[in-house]
Ligand binder design. Structure first.
Ligand SMILES: C[S@@+](CC[C@H](N)C(=O)[O-])C[C@H]1O[C@@H](n2cnc3c(N)ncnc32)[C@H](O)[C@@H]1O
Length: 229
């Protein structure tokens, strides 16, 4: 992964949340939130929370009296998420690297991460951190995208950009967000981090852009890493 792949700053949070989130994040956020809420956690940590699409979905499902710690590496993403969420005394916001979490061992009943682990420079270290901060019976919930060919918007945008720049086609989308989909590898890395009782499910969702401009703006302005390829 290139260093620039994990930079979500400047105008990106706004464009990301307005255009990219409805297109390729929202339905999976609802799915992840339902799964987390299904284990009835009293304390939840979210890592790589971005502009807060999972937070918004999960906050509606968590009971009053729960504690929900929401974190991300990039403060501007978190600021956007916090502003959109509004005041909720169950939720705390904190900038944090998923590979060096500023929390005590065994603090949370659940750790959630949507489409974040692909950006970790060392995934096993990130998984081990999630495990460290989980209580002994806690659960780590996360999702990743399938290969780029199974994700039509990302695939078409990458093909179109490759036609424009045949000498130096951008590879970010295939390399990072869509580069970690081998379920055997995911299972092995979780085991290497100390997890057991691992369950991996494929979830298929379809979304529709409001016009061809929607995915074009979403990918060009909502995530600049591939432009810097
Ligand atoms: C594709 S976005 C997903 C954001 C959010 N979960 C969502 O569903 O919209 C990836 C997020 O990972 C964050 N990120 C990248 N590396 C990270 C790290 N080492 N620790 C915590 N967050 C990280 C980025 O700041 C970005 O918000």
């Amino acid at each position: 992964m290139a260093e620039t792949d994990k930079v979500f700053t400047g105008s990106i949070p706004e464009f990301y949340d307005t255009y990219l989130v409805p297109l390729i994040f929202e339905k999976y956020a609802d799915d992840l939130a339902r799964r987390v809420a299904g284990c009835d956690p009293r304390s939840v940590l979210e890592v790589a929370a971005g502009s807060g699409v999972v937070t918004r979905a999960l906050a509606q499902l968590l009971k009053s009296g729960s504690q929900y710690m929401v974190t991300d590496l990039n403060q501007p993403m978190l600021d956007h998420a916090a502003e959109k969420q509004g005041v909720d005394d169950r939720i705390s916001w904190r900038q944090a690297d998923a590979l060096a979490l500023p929390f005590e061992d065994g603090t949370f009943d659940a750790v959630a991460c949507q489409f974040g682990v692909m950006f970790f420079p060392d995934r096993i270290a990130g998984y081990a951190e999630a495990r460290r901060v989980l209580s002994p019976k806690g659960t780590f919930f996360f999702n990743v995208w399938d290969r780029i060919e199974a994700n039509e918007f990302a695939h078409k945008v990458t093909e179109a950009a490759a036609e424009l720049f045949p000498e130096d086609p951008p590879k970010f989308l295939a390399r990072t967000p869509h580069g970690y989909h081998d379920v055997d590898l995911i299972g092995r890395e979780l085991e290497a981090a100390g997890f057991s009782d691992i369950s991996i499910t494929t979830v298929e969702e379809e979304s529709v852009g409001t016009s061809p401009r929607h995915p074009a703006i979403a990918y060009c302005r909502g995530d600049a890493a591939w432009e810097r390829d």
